[in-house]
Every structure is written in C-alpha cells, then in structure tokens.
Ligand binder design. Structure first.
Ligand code: OAD
Length: 243
C-alpha cells in the first residue's frame, strides 16, 4: 500500500474505463454536514439506537422526528462542495461509472451525479409506518408529528436504520458495480458499517485497484493500493488534474 501517491492515483483514474465509488459522511463534511463518528459527530452525546433504529422510533417518535427535522433544516442550507462536483465530473469522463453512497443528503445528485445508488435511503423521502406509502418531501418543512395523508399513521424518515435491511435492489446494484470495476474509490467513510464496509474487499477480490481518500486511517486502509490522507474536497479536484 502506498501513502499519498497522488501522481499514481491521477494516472490510474485517467486510464480507468470502469470506476466505482463508495462515499460516506466525510464527503459532505466540507459542505458543513456533520459526520457520525468524528469528535463533533452526530452520534456523540446521544445513542445512535435511540435516534436511528425501529425500537428507538417506537419508544419515542417525537424525539426521532425532532432530530430528523433538525437535520432536514440543516441540509436546506448546504451546497455541494468541490469533492461532490469532482465526482460528477468524473462520471462524465469515465465510460462506465457508478457512485454508491451511504449518505442520505442527496448532495451528489445536487452536484450533477446521475448514476447514484443510495444504500441508506435518503432523508427527503418519508414512508408510512402502516400502509408503507412513500412520499417525496424534498425541502419541505414537516410538522413535529408527521402523519400519513391517507391513513393518518405515523410517517417515518425514508432512511435505513440500525437493524434494518438495506434496500435489496440498491445493494445488488452496488455489489454488481463493485465486482465489475477496474478502479474502486473509497471516500470519506469510516468503513465500519456493514454491508457497505465489505464492498472494498469485494472490489479487491475482483482484482480492482482500490484508492482510499480520508484524513484518517480506517479498517479499509490496509487493503487499499493507494491511501490518500486528506480532505476529499481538496484531493478529488487535484487527482482530476485541477490545480
Ligand atoms: P462516519 O462518521 O463513520 O465516518 C466519516 C469518515 O469521514 C471518517 O473516516 C472521517 O475520517 C472521514 N472524513 C472526515 N472529514 C472528511 C473530509 N473532509 N474528506 C474525506 N473524509 C473525511 O460516516 P460513514 O462512514 O458515512 O448509517 O458512516 C456510515 C454509516 O454509519 C452512515 O451512513 C450512518 C452511520 O451510522 C446509518 O445511519 C444507517
């Protein structure tokens, strides 16, 4: 594994005809969206299971919605950063490109990325807990107690919570893209939440080169061919040849 070999990363990217990217919360950090596990992370000071699990929601839906409504309001104010924009540009350059994200903020799409799989759902959709109807509530201020229009049961955020299955079609596509790619980029993720964390190993087993971009070491670092230490909003434009 090589550290900080920006030149080789740039060359691999320029040559690759099939690229798959996995992103996590770190890619949105420079937009002002907090990550989950950093020193100011979202999971600090409160239990993840209280705010992001079916049991937590059953116990206190008001508290869960208060937290999601706060996150929705924060996301209304943020813009894609140069890292998101570089990934959208990469998609336009590479013949076969897929972006797998664990993020629920839709900032990749806002930056212009098209071929995106949302492994953990997204925060703008809501779903009825009784009739399972799905509603798009993008950029809409929700009431403190959001209810289904048709059956009046509680709505819940359209995200994947701890203990829940990932959307099967999204996971299948993510695995297929990972198996077929020549180059796999792992960006801004602590690489500890499964099954997303297992994708880098699938890429490696399928003989892809793996490049990690993260200011810190992660469990995936040891299988990366190149590990770039730094912020994605700074490094991605550079490996695309800007500045
Ligand atoms: P984490 O908060 O676990 O990790 C964020 C990663 O981003 C860390 O490894 C940081 O070092 C890195 N990072 C911070 N700033 C960065 C920057 N500017 N550029 C690049 N990297 C940076 O977030 P995820 O790995 O996305 O799931 O977490 C995975 C899942 O755990 C989330 O989707 C969420 C959470 O619980 C659910 O809610 C189901």
């Amino acid at each position: 594994m090589r550290h900080n070999d920006l030149t080789e990363a740039r060359e691999l990217l320029a040559r690759a005809r099939s690229v798959t990217v996995l992103t996590g919360a770190g890619v949105s950090a420079e937009s002002g969206v907090p990550t989950f596990r950093g020193s100011d992370g979202l999971w600090k000071g409160s239990s993840a299971l209280e705010l992001a699990s079916p049991d937590g929601f059953a116990r206190n839906p008001h508290k869960v919605w208060e937290w999601y409504n706060l996150r929705r309001r924060t996301l209304l104010r943020v813009r894609p950063n140069p890292g998101h924009l570089a990934l959208a540009e990469l998609e336009r350059r590479v013949p076969e490109f897929g972006l797998i994200t664990q993020n629920v903020d839709r900032l990749h799409q806002a930056a212009g990325s098209k071929n995106v799989v949302e492994l953990h759902g997204n925060i703008w959709e809501v779903r009825c807990t009784a009739c399972h109807a799905v509603f798009d509530r993008t950029a809409v201020e929700l009431p403190a107690e959001p209810r289904c229009e048709s059956c009046l049961a509680w709505l819940r955020p359209g995200v994947v919570w701890f203990g829940e299955m990932l959307p099967p079609a999204a996971l299948q596509t993510a695995e297929a893209w990972t198996e077929r790619c020549e180059l796999f980029l792992l960006i801004g993720t602590s690489a500890i939440v499964w099954p997303a964390a297992g994708l880098a190993s699938i890429a490696k087993e399928s003989c892809a080169k793996v490049i990690e971009i993260n200011p810190e070491e992660t469990p995936a670092t040891e299988l990366a061919d190149i590990s770039l230490r730094g912020k994605s909003g700074e490094l991605l434009p550079r490996i695309l040849g800007h500045a």
